[in-house]
Design a protein around this ligand. Structure first.
Ligand code: AMP
Ligand code: GLY
Length: 425
């Protein structure tokens, strides 16, 4: 089978790395790809927001499966265009992608399906939003309704702290039209974890749980990012909790989507907070998480292409997901300054040395080749991922690998996965 992978971040590098191991993969292209993905696929310069151009390339080259990594092309209808052309697609329709791209829609759907989630109100008027937060006694989370690269959420333990982000989102439009309406939620307290499920429109198949680290600083301080590291499995989620999440969250939301528009196909990501009142949904995403995909796929033993084809052909019940019992940890190395301004173009060294350790893989996110040298070219630059018998061992291996990699002003959190092993050692 010939495969076209859409995207060019760490998530897509891990997808390309895993799909390239499949006996079913004859040839792979990636649009736009990155220097890490280029080891497994031919990178092509197609505008992924131009669905017609992507479909034309797929047809010309006899592509049998299109795998869509990021949310933007999904929300833009690429999944629909690919399926309409009679090509297998891994990724939901534009209607399905609304579960992520439109937080107001997602909130209403959760309410209708009685999926446990934070209490929320929606505002399109800045003054009303400000008056509302100032009337609150407890913390709030302010969320731009549209897509904002994982940065459109500000958690405010004191309600008055919400005024500035509301002004920035609604008046200054720092996230563009994504801030035309905002969702203001009660602030939930508890540990977070992510559960992903493969969905074929009929069956769902839940993957191993993960935990992401959204804030940029150690101890969960500073602004939110796309994710600074992740690990799997997660000690707070045992089998009984997993069944509860499937029953109370995944099945009802998939049913609600079926009633609303039809089949949801691809991967559904549930970001959850484990509150004293049970698990509550913080967000749904219409794709694999990034970086979560990297430690997840390190643990997947099954043939990913086989699973994706089965999902696209609506026979997910015929495959099994076989997981490595070992634990995985991914530490994201970013450009200094991210999620704010940063400088691109510094030479990166040490990746080959870092990958000499067994069960260590360095996934590329924001990298580029300039004048024959590998340089940083984005906020999140590398996902340094390791497998170990325990989370502590995987974490040690990941950080040993991180220590070998350098570029000017590179940055990483030093406490990824410390919650899973108790304390902040
Ligand atoms: P999201 O982009 O919706 O996942 O939000 C980013 C991060 O903000 C989450 O991973 C949480 O850490 C935090 N967050 C979002 N909503 C809430 C909430 N209602 N209460 C507390 N923290 C939240
Ligand atoms: N790491 C969080 C996300 O992919 O949305």
């Amino acid at each position: 089978m010939k495969i076209l992978l859409i995207g060019g971040g760490g998530r897509e590098h891990s997808l390309a790395w895993k799909m390239a191991q499949s006996k079913l993969c004859d040839r792979m292209w990636a649009a736009p790809g990155n220097p890490g993905i280029a080891e497994h696929a031919e990178c092509v310069d197609i505008d992924i927001m131009d669905s017609d151009a992507v479909v034309a390339f797929a047809k010309e080259n006899g592509v049998g499966l299109v795998v869509i990594g990021p949310e933007d092309p999904l929300a833009n209808g690429l999944g629909d265009a690919v399926r309409k052309a009679g090509i297998l697609c891994f990724g939901p329709s534009a209607e399905g992608a609304r579960i992520e791209a439109d937080k107001v829609y997602a909130k209403n759907l959760m309410r209708a399906a009685a999926v446990p989630t934070a209490e929320a109100r929606v505002f399109t008027d800045l003054e009303s939003a400000k008056a509302y937060v100032l009337s609150r006694e407890h913390g709030v989370a302010v969320k731009a309704s549209g897509l904002a690269k994982g940065k459109g959420v500000v958690v405010c333990p004191e309600p008055y702290q919400a005024v500035k982000p509301l002004e920035e989102m609604m008046r200054d439009r720092i996230f563009g039209d994504a801030g035309a309406s905002v969702v203001i939620e009660e602030m939930l307290i508890g540990q977070e974890a992510t559960v992903l499920a493969f969905c074929d429109g009929k069956n769902i198949y839940v993957a191993e749980p993960l935990q992401d680290h959204k804030p940029v600083g150690d101890g969960d301080t500073g602004p939110n990012t796309g994710g600074m590291g992740a690990y799997s499995p997660v000690p707070i989620i045992d089998d009984a909790m997993m069944s509860r999440i499937e029953r109370e969250v995944l099945v009802p939301i998939i049913d609600a989507m079926r009633r609303d528009f039809g089949r949801y196909e691809g991967v559904l990501y549930a970001g959850l907070m484990f509150t004293p009142g049970g698990p509550k949904v913080i967000e749904f995403n219409c794709r694999f998480g990034d970086p979560e995909c990297q430690p997840l796929l390190m643990r997947l033993r099954s043939d990913l292409v086989e699973v994706m084809i089965a999902t696209a052909e609506r026979r997910l019940d015929e495959v099994t997901l076989d997981w490595d019992p070992r634990h995985s940890v991914c530490v994201v190395m970013s450009s200094g300054g991210y999620p704010g301004d940063y400088t691109k173009g510094f030479e990166i060294t040490g990746i080959a040395e870092a990958e000499q350790a067994p069960d260590v893989k360095v996934f590329h996110a924001g990298t580029a080749i300039r004048e024959g040298k590998l340089v940083n070219n984005g906020g999140r630059v590398l996902g340094v991922t390791a497998l170990g018998e325990t989370t502590a061992e995987a974490r040690r291996l990941a950080y040993e690998a991180v220590a070998k990699i350098k570029w000017r002003d590179c940055y990483n959190r030093t406490d990824i996965a410390s919650k899973a092993i108790g304390g902040n050692e």
